[in-house]
Design a protein around this ligand. Structure first.
Ligand code: ZN
Ligand code: ZN
Length: 138
């Protein structure tokens, strides 16, 4: 009797069946009725399906995070802008501002310490009258 036949005789264990889904052979007793494929598939197919689902789920999550980040930031915003803004915020000296009334503030230029009246509504003067530095009041 040939060896091949001997191996397959008995309980049925060890018999290889070609999977209808992927055409790969697998042990007959390892086939699983998959709820998604709605058919008997080999363990490799189930594993493949789970891997694909996991990647898809992961990607979905990443996309959602990216979308959220895009929403919160202006267009063309990237890490470099963020870095520059942080660096600028750190480097820029803070002007001394004293509120006079609803429109006017007493402003001390952080560059030259020149004090002048600044109109917040009209945004005047546009620059420090003494040294020409930009006004940092918003
Ligand atoms: Zn398969
Ligand atoms: Zn100035």
């Amino acid at each position: 009797m040939p060896i091949m036949n001997k191996l397959n005789i008995g309980t049925g264990k060890g018999i290889s069946v070609v999977c209808k889904k992927c055409n790969r052979p697998a042990k007959a007793d390892q086939f699983i009725l998959d709820p998604v494929y709605k058919m008997m598939v080999c363990p490799s197919c189930v594993k493949d399906r789970r891997d694909t689902e996991m990647i898809a789920a992961k990607k979905k999550k990443t996309d959602a995070v990216e979308q959220e980040q895009k929403k919160n930031k202006p267009k063309n915003w990237d890490a470099e802008d963020e870095y520059l803004e942080k660096a600028q915020a750190k480097a820029a000296p803070k002007p001394k501002v004293k509120i006079i009334d609803a429109e006017h503030v007493k402003y001390q230029c952080p560059s030259c310490t020149y004090k002048f009246k600044y109109n917040k509504v009209e945004k005047k003067p546009a620059n420090c009258p003494y040294c020409g530095s930009g006004i940092l009041v918003r």
